[in-house]
Design a protein around this ligand. Sequence first.
Ligand code: MOS
Length: 740
Amino acid sequence: MTSVGADLSRSDGPAKVAGAARYAGDFAAPRMAYAVMVQSTIAHGRIVRIDTARAGAAPGVVLVMTHANAPKLAQDPMHAEPPSSRAVSLLQDDAVRYNGQPIALVVAESLEQAQAAARLLHVEYAAEDAALDFAAAKSGAYTPKELAHGEPDASWGTADAALEGAAVRHQATYTTPMEVHNPLEPHATLAVWNGDELTLHDATQGVAGVRKTLAKKLGIAPEKIHVLSPYIGGGFGCKGSAWSHVALAAMAAKQARRPVKLVLERTQMFGPVGYRPPTEQTVALGAARDGKLVAIKHDVVSSTSTFEDWTESSAVLTRMMYACPNVSTTHKLIKLNLGTPTFQRAPGEATGSFALECALDELALKAGLDPLELRLRNYADSDPESGKAFSSKKLRECYARAAERFGWSKRNGQPRAQRDGRWLIGWGMATATYPANRQPASARLVLKPDGTALVQCCTQDIGTGTYTIMAQVAADALGIDAERVRVEIGDSAFPEAPVSGGSMTAATVTPAVLAAARAVRDKLVALAVNDDKSPLHQSSADAVELRDGWLRLRGETARGEPIPAVLARAGGKPLEATEEAKPDDAVKAKYATHSWGAVFAEVAVDPDFGEVRVRRVVACYSVGRLLNAKTARSQLLGGIVWGVGMALTEQAHVDRVSGRVLNANLAQYHVPVNADIGELDVTFVPEDDTTFNPLGARGIGEIGITGVPAAIANAVYHATGQRIRDLPITPDKLIGATSA
Ligand code: MOS
């Protein structure tokens, strides 16, 4: 193996930098028209009338589609089959369920004409009372049927009794706000009909899911739909489902009898395409004098829409993080008149690790223990819930390595003890974790007569480096350079693969690539050893190795020939294979599979103004084998940056009267910029989790955000003596309280 693990730059980088990579919104088609999505301006009620006369007569307008004239669909759009098929608004009735719900599409010759005409729509509503207040809706909290992963409630032992009798106790409620994904590339769909066949250029994390969803919603055969998504400008979960605009574009294109492009505006990204819901999490911890946990309770309430259940599974990680004999975890939902929330980078773990890891920090203080020592005393060597062994866990090594690089041993445990000039300096830490997921996937590999290879698979690269690692894996299996492997993905016509979500793509797709490459390799070697003109004739196939584009006899490097020579004599035709790779059920039954990390943060807090600067984050991860050291590190860096935003700045504010997101733009919804990010030190513990998959790799897309908000909140406490349990930690929550 030479390519796998190397710090290769991403193969799609040059095309992206040069502007040659075409994203969904960059595509065009002959006679293409432009659509604008019109949204409701009330949070709940009915549409009494939409006057389309002026909009319809405006220059360039091709179609005004409302519930009055939209095609009637085979399936009720409210029928949801998560994750890809969601309850969506496809203009089938007059109901308004949230502010910002799509209620019409205006299609025109140009984007500007469509935008101008959209403003001429006159909508009359019959408004009804809307549920918009989280606190007020809490009396109606209910237990959802299921979570994306796991049961809503799980418990063992007797948490209440154990808590009662615990020598050291801590209980508090932690809250996190609505957060919005905000990938730089907005959602975008170009729908092109050719007879009864539909081609969609869609900004999606799952081309197969979009195809399946559209087939059902529109009532056509999946084979008639072709979905393309070669490049995605960030997904983070919001592009994991086919939201309303995808089907609406297809419906409008059908009705207008011409291609229709619909690109959402930034403002439209706040509501109808998912978000991370607000959570209220109560954590109770009980420990013996020595800090050993005797009880953990974690009760979560998050909000969903009035028409679909989606639960932020914040307490799921609490079931496996620490060894504890008495654990109780629950999830409840409340319904609000908002769009449905969805997966957002480390859904559950990002918010849950904030609550749990802050609570541990608070417990450590009460127990008089160093926060790291408390975690070590409660280290889980096996999965506390199932008793299963972990496929591989090197969290101890992560703690040690990150602590050492950070200089944690020099920490004075006393809050407000460290200063740098007028700034209060604080150090905090937390544990990071995310499940290692894997699903079946297939890949096709073609070895061409010139010795280059082509890999095809209907997976997606959402900016993580999927193109590059697929080439690396194929290259090693064939003994050629990664630059000689062309990877084609993001096309529903290719062999099936799941959504690029749940941090599962690397571990899901590369085993399929490896299997296909090995199958082709075997065919190639068979050709050589069976060919009397080959120098390898009558050699044992097992004795032949592929390296530097040559087939050679192992240990006898003089005997061999280049790949093209073998193929040329065999008729100059390519060799190909399509293989499926699946997770092993026996492994699943025996092992729990998770990734781990230790995060240490240093903050500086202005004692007068409450401004928090994150000076450095030092993190070390146990994520299996790295398939590409560079893209892997980038994933973790990006996750940590998002963690800084989650800790300090990100929050969507919903107006409690109108139900509208008040800061639905990137000027007022604050994500970190370069100036907000200090030194980031990311390292990995060497690891090879071949129990989990043949490449030894676990997913890394999401773990980076986890633990970071807690590490920062804990550092803020250490700096100021102020415990902020409500994200984001904005200056208003610290101001005044910080002055000595
Ligand atoms: Mo991720 S939130 O599963 O795209």
